[in-house]
Design a protein around this ligand. Sequence first.
Ligand SMILES: NC(=O)c1ccc[n+]([C@@H]2O[C@H](COP(=O)([O-])OP(=O)(O)OC[C@H]3O[C@@H](n4cnc5c(N)ncnc54)[C@H](OP(=O)(O)O)[C@@H]3O)[C@@H](O)[C@H]2O)c1
Length: 303
Amino acid sequence: MSSTFRTAVIRTPAGPDSIEIIEVPVVDPGPGEVRVEIAAASVNPVDLALADGMFHELGFVDQPDHTGIGWDFAGTVTAVGPDVDVPAGARVAGLVTGFDRDYGTYAEQLIVAATDIALVPDGLDLTAAATVPMNGLAAAQAVDLLGDGAGRTLLVTGAAGTVGAYAVTFARERGWLVTGLARTDDERFVRDLGADFTTRTDARAWDAVVDAAALQERGLALVRDNGVFVGVRPGAEPKAERGVTVGAVSVQPDGTRLARLLADTASGRLTARVHAVVPLEQAAEAHRAVAKGGVRGKYVIQP
Ligand SMILES: NC(=O)c1ccc[n+]([C@@H]2O[C@H](COP(=O)([O-])OP(=O)(O)OC[C@H]3O[C@@H](n4cnc5c(N)ncnc54)[C@H](OP(=O)(O)O)[C@@H]3O)[C@@H](O)[C@H]2O)c1
């Protein structure tokens, strides 16, 4: 086995052109950890923001040389540390959060806590599985912040996006009457999720908003007085007004819940949305394409 592996990192953030592929030493998993050979890693908006320097500016990145990029992945366990009962050879998916790390999931390998991964069911391919952890968990945890709907109305902004579509599904299951805000061309997709559809952003008409389009203040303005707003930018929530409860999801790894999301994807109850598959060398091109907007489903990187 090679003593190094390839990983995409950011040294000085300056957009997609600052994504660099370097070789770093292979590390052995410590107690409670596994090493995964990554088969697929999805491109998420947070990765674009990292490459643009947003998190460096916020002071979240404190790395001497470079910082790794990529949050979710699917792959195969190649080594296990002490106190881990996942066998080598297992197909898994998972999520790594935070910004201070030497490498992320745009990499050939990853060391990750065994509690933060889940087995990928037979019949679900690793490319599809890689689209689930970040956005499935974020949507589920956003809906946790809402609680039960009991017939109240909810607007999900960005309902044709990855987080948004999951949020529509999970909120409906908890009794919310859901409307999806999306682009005109997304109407069929949103209605097929079982939601009503709107393109309007000028009505203060909803008991709650899950703001998966990150409209921020414009999203908050759509909530009725004393309603609930759940954003997707923790630490940068819009200022509370009119008695609206304002929160934001900050996605956390959760292997147990991820296992359920993957099972539901394998059974077809949830849909994995892959837009395109690209090699690691084309990460910058994928970032440029995502930045333009209009992409539905994930770019998936295959290291
Ligand atoms: N805090 C967390 O833990 C967490 C975790 C995961 C994701 N997020 C955040 O959640 C957001 C969504 O992520 P994602 O992966 O689901 O992105 P995505 O798939 O690109 O979805 C965003 C959707 O919002 C739509 N949109 C944007 N502005 C709109 C508008 N004015 N009207 C209607 N639709 C609009 C986009 O359409 P167009 O492409 O046509 O613009 C796109 O369909 C991102 O901001 C991401 O950073 C946060």
